[in-house]
Design a protein around this ligand. Sequence first.
Ligand code: OKP
Ligand code: ZN
Length: 319
Amino acid sequence: MRVIYAKNYAEHNPQFEYYDGVQTPYAEQPTRITQLLEGCRRLGLTPEEINDTASSEAAIENLHGKLYINYLKNRSAAIPEGEELIPSVFIADTYSPLTRHTYDVAAGSAQLALIGADYIAKDGSDQLYALCRPPGHHAEHSSMQGYCYFNNAALAATALAKRGRVAILDIDYHHGNGTQSFFYDRSDVLYVSLHADPEYTYPYKSGFANEIGEGAGEGHTRNFPLPKDTTPELYLRTLQKACDTVTAYAPDYLIVSLGFDTYKNDPIAGLGLDESDYQQVGRTIRDSLNYPTLLIQEGGYNVEKLSHLVENFLTGIRQ
Ligand code: OKP
Ligand code: ZN
């Protein structure tokens, strides 16, 4: 398995987010990647550093709105070093602050997803893990939200869809409203998500079981909302169902939107999974879905545990 990360990942470093006006520490911290890298290295993997924030621009322009991209780029660059702001426009909540380097770091994160898509499309390549930060699955066509600016998984899926059928399996704790929105009316990209029920958690507006796609995309979106009291048994049984949905679609490529915020002691989320359960999560995916696979990092905020969570997951999914 190839592992890649961006040289500039730590340069987007907001301090705060706002929950109904109350300031709280920003959960999506650079140390998340530091810890994930450590977990990979403990497994004997050698993460490759990528220093490229410009090559993703054309693909980003092809997916996101021009006015949104320009705003993000110009507004970021105008912020003094060390300061941050919650923009008033092109934003859907108060969880996506801008800093001077936000655009560059988000573009670098997107580039990892694109390198990953390119790699798994090649004959004989197996799995690539893109240590994306910031995450992407909440970002929509013209809005940032939920720590996300550009939709990394959707960028990779768009690239891969030119060469074959693509399935996205999203196992972050939160529903990937952005990713779903890009492919809702398309049949060439399947979006399957397993997440905490939006009835009681973020992003509230989407991820319900009755959202199955529309027009040509009908039947090509599947949502598996889970209750608050989810046990590892229920989680793994539902994951198997989600995997069976992917198998029935018979994709050429698999993208996994990978979140570790399902860990029971995640500071902002948590869905009952213990450290050791991640090996079974990985194993279930590997045993059911033997396709060229791109792992894209989304959430997961327990920085003390992340290195162990990733180690267990990769042990399970590795070929
Ligand atoms: C991003 B990803 C907590 C409110 C929720 C935003 C969550 C964004 C999650 N008080 N904060 O899907 O992990
Ligand atoms: Zn999440």
